[in-house]
Design a protein around this ligand. Structure first.
Ligand code: C2O
Length: 497
């Protein structure tokens, strides 16, 4: 185990990743795209941040449990005051998992503006053998800076709640990413969807794939010709190279038009890259995409996890409402998430016996208090016309049920149920007018955000806060002077526990 240190000066950079428009983006150390982080299980990852933007920022390591370390989870005003402009802050993260993750800004829409990169955690002994690996970061791309689009999106001039549609889709923030294949070798491709909105369907001409990992969980080898990947999800696939170099092959990441209210004529939905066997070889004739009906709930984790009847069942119904001021807001059970005045974790740290009382967190953070080690079931009802990828911080959850429509929790569950080694992941798609039941054990005292990972929907308030084992939080989680300093510089009333 090593201490792996990255020094990240977060800065504005000028970039033109789709070749269509030069714009200001958020980069690191003057670079965009930002460099990947590579660590190994049991390492400690240290990221020394200097915020050289003109506004606050924060970093979230997406998918990491952060056991007893929730003060470094990153979402602004949930687990920390953001890092003020000009300030320094260090994230110290013990690495307890392996697999494919990502790190992204969690202050306003910073990740949509570029603050997003791979976080690859190598296993000490990988579950499956392969010769080489490549990371493929899929992402939608906008020509306008996020705050400008956000204001318009949330305004009374957008009563239908139409999300801004990206101008491009990119692989590794490029328009024709190339991946060299050597005959006979086996490649692990790690796919990460870093989009604000887009969902992709991935396939490779002339090659079959075997899924071996979803969201950091190794799964039994599953052959596929194509699979969908929503914002924030990750998949690893094994691909065996051909035995000859007579052709190169196109790989396809098709953006699903169902995610967009309108598909502009000039939006290229089929994003491509190339598998290169030989610089001089011709490209094999392009295949037409066949999107497979694919259920991630069918993937079987290599290491089974028991499930249990839940001690607490929480039904959350997602919808969008036009408020009395005509603005368009997202709700879970009719509550729009609004950031608290003090980060929710700090409230848990400083309210003593009251920390188990949801009222101290403020109604509009939609706090849900969980008891230590209880099994929790959440039934996520999607009562909206769009599809939503929901993400839970601090955990992976089991996908135990899928059904049609809004589930009435007073009635028995009507959907398909799987409680035998169910698939586990940290981001699940709930299609329109369907519901998904997930379970996890509340074994990680801390404050964890649960939200739609479409950045527009998070900003519209589609989030709740889990206050997990609040009585234990002060003994497990420690914050130091650097946390108070952030708050102080931003006039946020928090001065320590
Ligand atoms: Cu990628 Cu709040 O998460």
């Amino acid at each position: 185990a090593a201490i792996v240190t990255y020094d990240w000066n977060i800065t504005y950079v000028t970039a033109n990743p789709d070749g269509l428009k030069e714009r200001r983006v958020v980069g690191v150390n003057g670079q965009f795209p930002i460099p990947a982080i590579n660590v190994t299980l049991n390492d400690t990852l240290v990221i020394n941040v200097i915020n050289q933007l003109d506004e606050p920022t924060s970093l979230h390591s997406h998918g990491l449990f952060q056991t007893g370390n929730g003060q470094f989870d990153g979402p602004s005003m949930v687990t920390q005051c953001p890092i003020p402009a000009g300030a320094k802050f260090t994230y110290t993260i013990p690495i307890e998992q392996h697999g494919t993750y990502w790190i992204h800004g969690h202050y306003k829409g910073h990740y949509v503006d570029g603050l997003r990169g791979p976080l690859i955690i190598h296993n000490i002994n990988e579950t499956y053998a392969y010769d080489e690996e490549y990371t493929l970061a899929l992402a939608d791309w906008y020509h306008t800076e996020h705050p400008i689009m956000l204001e318009q999106y949330l305004s009374i001039f957008n009563p239908s709640g139409a999300e801004p549609v990206p101008e491009s889709g990119l692989i590794n923030h490029m328009t024709n990413a190339k991946f060299n294949f050597v005959p006979g070798k086996t490649y692990r491709l790690r796919l990460i969807n870093m989009s604000a909105l887009a969902m992709f369907h991935f396939h490779i001409d002339g090659h079959e794939m075997e899924i071996i990992e979803i969201d950091g969980i190794d799964v039994e080898r599953t052959k596929v010709t194509s699979f969908p990947i929503t914002a924030a999800q990750r998949y690893s696939v094994l691909v065996t190279a051909k035995n000859d170099t007579s052709y190169n092959y196109i790989l396809h990441a098709d953006m699903d038009p169902a995610m967009f209210d309108v598909v502009p004529d000039d939006l290229q939905l089929n994003v491509t890259g190339t598998i290169v066997y030989s610089e001089s070889a011709p490209t094999a004739p392009e295949e037409t995409s066949q999107w497979l009906d694919f259920n991630d709930g069918d993937l079987v984790p290599v290491i089974p996890e028991e499930t249990s009847e839940p001690a607490q069942i929480i039904a959350l119904t997602a919808s969008f409402n036009v408020l009395s001021d005509y603005s368009n807001k997202a709700t879970f059970n009719d509550i729009t998430y609004v950031q608290p005045k003090v980060p929710s974790l700090y409230t848990a740290l400083t309210t003593g016996n009251y920390s188990s009382n949801p009222e101290v967190y403020g109604k509009y953070t939609h706090p849900l208090v969980l008891k230590h080690n209880d099994w929790i079931e959440i039934i996520i009802n999607n009562n909206d016309a769009g599809n939503h990828p929901f993400h839970l911080h601090g955990h992976v959850f089991q996908i135990v049920g899928r059904g049609e429509g809004v589930h009435d929790p007073s009635k028995p569950y009507e959907g398909y149920i799987n409680t035998t080694n169910p698939a586990r992941r940290d981001t699940v798609l709930v299609p329109t007018e369907q519901n998904v039941a997930i379970r996890f054990r509340a074994n990680n005292p801390g404050v964890w955000l649960f939200h739609c990972h479409i950045e527009w929907h998070l900003q519209a308030g589609l989030a709740v806060t889990f206050i997990e084992a609040p009585d234990l939080i002060p003994s497990v989680i420690k914050v130091d002077q650097s946390h108070y300093d952030n708050c102080k510089a931003l006039d946020i009333p928090f001065s320590g526990n």
